[in-house]
Design a binder for this molecule. Structure first.
Ligand SMILES: *Cc1c(COP(=O)(O)O)cnc(C)c1O
Length: 340
């Protein structure tokens, strides 16, 4: 394959089609053999389940070039498992985990010229997704589905340096109790967009969503989990059935424990935010994005870590996880899948 002509240092987080993507179809009660295609366009029946009743689940992960030139993905088995669980909640046929991992490998290998170099801080973002293609007009699950996985090169999240963000406590809810907040489905994002635009219009970077039942506990943002650090260096993350189980957050909690920090997953009251020393958002996109300030209807809660840098404990966790992904820190067994 010809090398591609990209300005690696100025990549943003936006879609840019690359050579090949993976497609597999589910029909007559079973998955067909999947494979690569150059066609980035999907043609759907007007009555397809995805268009009428929004049956869709997705994942997001990255392929990285390590310092010594290897190509790796980070815990893709957990993405495969999470998409399996998400699909079951929406009555969709889960993508077999082996097929998911095979799709990741094939797409990364086929587009290897599009993986940003180690020095750029960028990565090849991978987007697996499963959606209903069969027609449904009466409300029921579709009979036919398509699984796709495409790749797009993305730049370093912190191109202009790591700057803490300001978030607001939202008046909208993200996920109902006993609803779909714990699965990665497009529908959770569709209904968070209005809250997101509202926050932006009001000058905030993101929303802090509260538990819808009592509006007293912290849940998450539209696309990232919270990590807090107490003044005596305990790492705390909110516990709730309607939070999406972030792989980054679970990995950071594991690393924190290995580094000797005390970690807690428990309900976190909005009222206790003022007692924390550091706050961050975690997800695949940034690993950790520091939060400097939370604004609750005019009341400012400023974390002692401030508005100019990430706090020391989150920095330690961030650097350790980035090191594991980029091959400069030894990874716990099974965390890195090398792609050859
Ligand atoms: C994807 C996602 C996250 C982050 O999960 P990672 O596996 O760490 O990328 C957090 N919250 C929501 C709502 C998400 O959709």
């Amino acid at each position: 394959m010809a090398n591609v002509n990209i300005d690696w240092d100025n990549l943003t987080f936006s879609y840019q089609p690359v050579s090949k993507r993976y497609v597999a179809n589910y029909k007559d009660g079973k998955w067909g053999k999947g494979g690569l295609t150059e066609d980035a366009t999907i043609t759907l029946n007007e009555c397809a389940g995805i268009l009428q009743y929004c049956q869709e689940v997705f994942e997001g992960l990255k392929a990285y070039k390590t310092k010594d030139g290897r190509v790796v993905t980070f815990r893709p088995d957990l993405n495969a498992q999470r998409m399996y669980d998400s699909a079951q909640r929406l009555e969709m046929p889960p993508v077999p985990k082996e097929m998911f991992l095979e799709a990741v490998d094939q797409v990364v290998v086929a587009n290897k010229d599009w993986i940003p170099p180690y020095e750029s801080g960028g990565s090849l973002y991978l987007r697996p997704y499963l959606f209903a293609t069969g027609p449904v007009i009466g409300v029921k699950p579709s009979d036919e589905y398509q699984f796709r996985l495409f790749a797009t090169p993305v730049g370093s999240y912190f191109k202009n340096g790591i700057k803490p963000i300001t978030i607001c406590v939202s008046d909208f809810d993200r996920a109902a109790p006993h609803g779909t907040g714990h699965i990665k489905a497009g529908l959770n994002y569709a209904m968070s967009l209005h809250a997101y635009i509202t926050a932006h219009t009001n000058g905030f970077d993101e929303n802090m969503f509260l538990d819808p039942a009592t509006r007293t506990y912290v849940e998450e943002t539209g696309g990232a989990n919270f990590l807090f650090v107490t003044k005596d260096n305990t790492i705390v993350t909110p516990k709730s059935d309607s939070i999406l189980p972030s792989i980054t957050r679970r990995s950071l909690m594991h690393i924190a424990e290995d580094l000797g920090y005390k970690v807690e997953q428990r309900p976190v009251k909005l009222a206790e935010l003022k007692d924390f020393a550091e706050c961050g958002l975690c997800g695949t996109a940034a690993v950790i994005c520091p939060v400097g300030k939370v604004v609750d209807h005019g009341k400012e809660i400023a974390f002692p870590s401030g508005m100019s840098e990430m706090g020391p404990v989150l920095t330690k966790l961030y650097e350790t996880l980035r090191g594991i992904q980029l091959g400069t820190v030894e990874a716990p067994a099974g965390w890195i899948r090398e792609i050859k």
